[in-house]
Write a protein that binds this ligand. Sequence first.
Ligand code: F6P
Length: 321
Amino acid sequence: MKTIGILTSGGDAPGMNAAIRAIVRTAHVKGLTVYGIQRGYQGLIDGRVAEMGPRDVSGIINKGGTILRTARCKAFLEAEGRREAAQTLAHHGIEGLAVIGGDGSYRGAHDLYTEYGVPCIGVPGTIDNDIGGTDYTIGYDTALNTALDAIDKIRDTADSHERLFFVEVMGRHSGYLAMMCGVAGGAEAVLVPEYPPDYDALVASLRKGAELGKRSAIVVVAEGAATATEAARAVSEHSEFTDSRVVVIGHLQRGGVPTASDRILASRLGNAAVDVLLEGEEDKMVGWEGKEVLLRPISTAWEQKMKFHESMKDLAHTLAS
Ligand code: F6P
């Protein structure tokens, strides 16, 4: 293999730039030509491809977002889109592809491999930490810390005014990010999509907290469980907690300077992606499990979706007493 391509796809995540840097520089050291593909699979369809060298990735390890930009590409879900994408790869002599993204992006890579035999390696990049085959995804740690910073600030004002807040965090269909925000932020309760919201139980626990002398309460709501507004409304309809406030952290979690953990994870996984492409691997993902980089079939990402441990739910509940 002499030439590889890189793309970032789906929602951006802090640390994607560190992964791009690791891939470009590792490839350079190994004597490979690297092409950066802009706007994810859309750029592959449109032929937005440019060669990258080690100086093109200078000064990006500490930058959020992705210099390659990203997209959620509907055209690539169609056979015609994938045919055009494969043509672009062939045109530039790209023999292997590193795809930085989440499980949706991996499915695209899998299709490209199955239909056109393009060796693809997935590098996990999403704030949601919701895919199998890795303990952590690039961007999750930064997003967690961003949300935590917001929750800490909300606690200050919640305490001062003796108020109840509903704080909505991202995570798509997964409650992992929300649950960890709740545990780390000392939330009184966490609503996650893995369990249907039980507003009677939530009201009971808010009442218990008030009886125990709590002056404020924060309920973290995973966007996949409910909106924070829906949760606030449901609680107010069932109880005396009618004067709450709602905060949606939203896309703030997707930006910002990547944490050290995300930069190191991205550097390791980006480096490994090039190594395994050179070893002839295809249709795989690199992940971080335990204390090492491991290689798994790319389908692991969607077949073994990451779940938060039941014990974290119990921990959040116990520590909210
Ligand atoms: O997958 C990352 C993520 O931020 C999810 O947490 C969220 O549901 C989604 O992307 C939002 O996507 P968009 O920016 O396209 O609205």
